[in-house]
Design a protein around this ligand. Structure first.
Ligand code: BG6
Ligand code: GLC
Length: 888
């Protein structure tokens, strides 16, 4: 087709000018029309190609790839959160560019109550042409550099400048106002943010007005220019500038080329020029002028208006395209353009309008489908349910635009379930919302920080814990009143490797109850079985508990073919016992959720022996009872002779270590060492930790089955950390900081937030997917801000736990170093417990704290692989070896 020029009109020419060649016949006319409209048809394959090409450019721009230059900009907007619906306050909004050549000033009141809206008050000011033509990349919410003007604006001295500063300067020049500029917001962001919160998250904003663009919420870690790996940020795609010869070339018509050529910015914004409202009227005008010139329309006559740029406005196209508009109205519009349309002209003009607008909607759909695919990729979701806020006059006033858009998006992105939500009052409410959301986030952050501040312990606080622990240890060893019982274990040496034989072991008091067969030869072979202890048994009668234990042993012996054999047995019993010998331990009190009656104050070995007698079916030779810390130390000591400390951070927490016998009151002898079970879980039960205890610790303690007891353990171990987190989450919800302030019944349930969630959540801090998945499983509906806050709560709670534990270990290693009068001590700690093993940062935080508080000790942490049952068997083996020696 020939090039179509709109020029050729002399200034002031008012009359019709008609083609001098003869008019084409009816069949030629229809061919010409077909040929012309055919150019605006876009195939599905072409749309798919545009979608793929745009998606590629978007991902390229997100990665920060400079060469080849991406075809879209993907500008981060520093809007990191969508509205809650609880935002409130009064805001002034200036809207430039959204409604063409005008500046709209709005006063927006947000009520903070869903469904209760106050209509914004606004005034519109027309910007004179000379101001638009006379003489922004965002770097923060209130700093924005204009990169280039689009949509007919071209003021000098603005491109490359911070528009907020220009606005502030202008306000200052006027002198009369005191206005604080808080946020610069792209109209797409305003549209997205102004969307009424509904069932689906509204995380995409689409504007088709004078120009076109979209924004959406991207994971911050995918945006290379941001130095941020958490949370989300709204990215303005700036798709108006998209151009790709391969994808767009085939759909560009000669009319598009002419329009571009005659525009203010030839070569730029090629995609926008096929979709934006500023250009639709112009495209229609070019087609009509062409058809008139060819003699197909208006009897071959053009008018000066038809040949003048900008004479057909978007409003005209919208009206003429609307099927409900009668022929008379179309006729009138054409007449206003100085044309004299016949009846067939009216129908044809309507076809032209429809073809231009349908193409615009389809192209827009391809672009929107690209955004949805990008969103879907970044969320790593198979399917996506999302609401898209739409704004701008093309969307609002064009009868078919949104329906074509929706239908085409469904074809191009079938895995996305999209609902289009028209914005109610332009982007103004949304812009106010951005400001309000920023204010809300700042307020919430303050509240979060205040809540978590008591969990953030400094060096002095930790050193004080270490010092208190040292004091309590000394008192406990001397037999004075102390929250640390410092119980002698009658274990005097770690294994020397000469132990031999087959042993049975029991391991009671951790997550699992185990029965084990331990074969000690030149190495150690273990066969074990896990049995459950139902809560009703753990909290029932003592007789029931010990009968259950014996039943499990019988079952194990049968399974292992050991029935009838009386193997020596070591019993890991992970509760505080005052031992009178290796095979005698008086249970002082239950801990960790056990509460079987008639056991406290009794010898546990006797209770077991009585149950064996009751069962008659087995013969067992109980040789040793050991705490799990001791079992762990022995087990690791078998591999590393420097292992003189045992540490458990699991359901409960505790430590044992090799103390000089001369320091241990109540055990005869002054030389050699004995392993001391500190029972440090009870540290602070005399009130000495009161200065560190938070209201949340108090709540957890009060709700436990042993209030006032095991205060150190309740700040550190797995049985309680989840509960502390749950109480903090409840508090933050009551402050309106989390879950939109809605109290959620599930969160009221005790123990619903397991400590293993802390480990899982903190393992995947980057994606925050884990947090969402876990909380959603719990039925807690959360936003990505909520997810981030929950993560921070978990981190604060587990960090304090690890540091307190580190302060305890520092006290122990320093004590050993001083006992031995050493300048420097190298020592190993055998460690067990699910929290220590599974939590991603716990072990390194413990080690770092120990380095800080005990700089003269080189401490190696060894994780016990085989559990403490192996250690109990080794203690038993040593005892058997010694017994044999005495018999000899
Ligand atoms: C196990 C030991 O590996 O760890 C037990 O064998 C110990 O004796 C337990 O009590 C501690 O961890 P948790 O997390 O099971 O309480
Ligand atoms: C509890 C017990 C203690 C045990 C620790 C770890 O604190 O009282 O004996 O060592 O839990 O399991």
């Amino acid at each position: 087709m020939d090039s179509i020029g709109s020029s050729g009109l002399r200034q002031g020419e008012e009359t019709l000018s008609c083609s001098e060649e003869g008019l084409p016949g009816p069949s030629d006319s229809s061919e010409l029309v077909q040929e012309c409209l055919q150019q605006f048809k876009v195939t599905r394959a072409q749309l798919q190609q545009i979608q793929a090409s745009l998606l590629g450019s978007m991902e390229q721009a997100l990665r920060g790839q400079a060469s080849p230059a991406p075809a879209v900009r993907m500008l981060p907007t520093y809007v990191g959160s969508t509205p809650h619906g609880t935002e409130q306050g009064d805001f002034v909004v200036l809207e430039l560019g959204a409604t063409g050549a005008s500046l709209r000033v709005l006063w927006v009141t947000l009520t903070g109550i869903e469904g209760h809206r106050v209509e914004p008050r606004s005034q519109e000011f027309v910007i004179p042409q000379e101001v638009m033509l006379g003489a922004g990349q965002q770097t923060g919410l209130d700093r924005s550099t204009l990169i280039s003007w689009t949509k007919g604006f071209r003021c000098s001295g603005v491109e490359g400048q911070d528009v907020v500063q220009l606005l502030r300067d202008a306000i200052r020049r006027q002198g009369a106002y005191n206005i604080d500029v808080v946020a610069v917001v792209n109209d797409t962001v305003g549209t997205m943010m102004g969307c009424e919160p509904g069932v689906r998250p509204c995380e995409v904003g689409l504007v088709v007005d004078t120009g076109t663009n979209a924004c959406y919420m991207e994971e911050a870690r995918h945006v290379a220019v941001l130095d941020e790996d958490r949370g989300r940020v709204c990215v303005s795609v700036e798709w108006g500038s998209f151009s790709d010869d391969g994808a767009l070339g085939p759909v560009l018509t000669t009319f598009d080329h002419t329009l571009d050529h005659e525009s203010l910015n030839p070569g730029a914004q090629r995609f926008e020029k096929m979709i934006g409202g500023l250009y639709l009227g112009e495209l229609v005008r070019l087609v009509l002028a062409h058809l008139a010139r060819c003699g197909v329309l208006f009897g071959g006559c053009t008018s000066p208006a038809l040949l003048s740029q900008g004479s057909i406005l978007l409003e005209h196209v919208a009206e003429m395209e609307d099927p409900s508009t009668g022929a008379a109205r179309v006729h009138a519009i054409l007449q206003d353009l100085g044309l004299s349309p016949g009846a067939s002209d009216v129908e044809l003009v309507q076809h032209v309008c429809a073809a231009v607008c349908t193409r615009a909607a389809q192209l827009c759909a391809a672009a929107l489908a690209a955004v949805l695919s990008c969103l879907q990729h970044s969320r790593e979701q198979q399917t996506l349910q999302v609401a898209v806020a739409t704004g701008g006059r093309v969307c609002e006033r064009h009868p078919r635009f949104c329906s074509v858009l929706q239908g085409t998006v469904m074809l191009l992105a079938p895995e996305c379930d999209v609902s289009l939500i028209p914005s109610v009052d332009g982007g103004g409410r949304g812009v106010a919302m951005v400001t309000a959301v920023a204010a809300r986030l700042a307020a919430h952050r303050r509240l979060l920080e205040e809540t978590l501040a008591p969990f953030r312990l400094n060096h002095d606080q930790l050193a004080a814990v270490q010092a208190q622990m040292r004091k309590a240890m000394a008192k406990g060893l001397r037999g004075e009143a102390s929250s640390l019982r410092m119980l002698p274990t009658f274990v005097r040496a770690t294994p020397d490797g000469s132990e031999r034989g087959d042993f049975l072991a029991l391991d009671l008091g951790g997550t699992n109850f185990r029965v084990l067969l331990v074969r000690v030869t030149t190495g150690v072979q273990i066969t074990s079985e896990i049995y459950s202890i139902p809560e009703t048994v753990a909290q029932g009668s003592g007789q029931q508990l010990f009968d259950h234990i014996v039943d499990c042993i019988v079952d194990f012996q049968q399974k292992q073919g050991l029935s009838g054999q009386s193997l020596p047995l070591g019993f890991t019993f992970s509760f505080p016992c005052r031992q009178l010998g290796l095979d005698q331990g008086i249970l002082l009190n239950w801990t960790k959720g056990f509460k079987a009656s008639d056991c406290e104050g009794q010898d546990v070995v006797s209770l077991l022996r009585e149950a064996i007698t009751r069962r008659q079916a087995v013969e067992l030779n109980v040789v040793a009872i050991v705490n799990d810390t001791v079992g762990t130390m022995m087990s690791c000591g078998y591999e590393d002779p420097r292992c003189e400390i045992g540490l458990i951070v699991g359901t409960g927490t505790n430590a044992c270590y090799m103390e000089e016998l001369r320091n241990v009151a109540g055990v005869p002898g002054d030389s050699g060492r004995m392993c001391i079970n500190m029972e440090w879980g009870a540290f602070g039960d005399d009130g000495s930790l009161a200065m560190l205890s938070t209201r949340f610790d108090a709540s957890v303690d009060q709700a436990s089955i042993n209030p006032g007891k095991q205060r150190f353990e309740k700040m550190i171990s797995g049985m309680y950390l989840g509960e502390i987190v749950r109480h903090i989450l409840l508090h933050l919800t009551s402050l309106g900081v989390l879950f939109r302030g809605q109290q959620i019944q599930r969160l009221q349930t005790r123990d619903i937030f397991k400590t293993k969630f802390l480990s899982e959540i903190e393992s995947d801090s980057l994606a925050l997917r884990q947090v969402r998945a876990i909380l959603e499983d719990l039925g807690l509906p959360l936003t990505s801000d909520d997810a981030l806050m929950v993560l921070e709560v978990c981190q604060a709670v587990s960090q304090r736990a690890a540091q307190l534990c580190g302060a305890g270990v520092a006290a122990v290693v320093e004590k050993i170093r001083e006992n031995r009068g050493l300048e420097e001590l190298a020592v190993s700690v055998g460690v067990d417990g699910t929290l220590y093993k599974l939590h991603p940062r716990f072990s390194s935080l413990v080690a770092a704290t120990v380095r800080e508080l005990a700089p003269r000790c080189v401490v190696t942490f060894l994780q016990s692989e085989d559990g403490s049952g192996k250690g109990a068997a080794l203690v038993t083996a040593v005892a058997c070896r010694l017994a044999q020696l005495t018999r000899v």
